[in-house]
Design a protein around this ligand. Structure first.
Ligand SMILES: [Zn+2]
Length: 101
């Protein structure tokens, strides 16, 4: 996995392509993060940018797990009640799509 540059909360206001990580709350360049969206009431990785609706971003597997620990993190990010089953398998899908990581 390539290292990413530390961001600052201020950048979120200026930059259009920076997002806050749901796990570590760092503001990072969108391209270095994984977008998560809701598919059939569950959180799914939006690997090819085709899932619409609200999105949430995580920068690493560690951050995904952090977000999973806080049950309200996804509910708040998506403004909906999210089924938390299967969250552990999200990163497996990410890894499968990004073998270089
Ligand atoms: Zn993070």
């Amino acid at each position: 996995m390539k290292p990413f540059l530390p961001g600052s909360p201020r950048a979120a206001i200026r930059g259009m392509t920076e997002r806050t990580c749901l796990g570590c709350r760092m503001v990072l360049e969108k391209g270095s993060m994984v977008r998560l969206a809701v598919k059939d009431g569950r959180v799914a990785p939006d690997l090819d940018g085709r899932l619409g609706g609200r999105g949430a971003y995580v920068c690493s597997e560690k951050c995904l797990k952090e977000a999973c620990k806080r049950k309200d993190a996804f509910n708040r990010a998506f403004k909906a009640r999210i089924e938390h089953g299967g969250l552990d398998s999200i990163w497996e899908l990410v890894r499968a799509a990004r073998p270089s990581d």
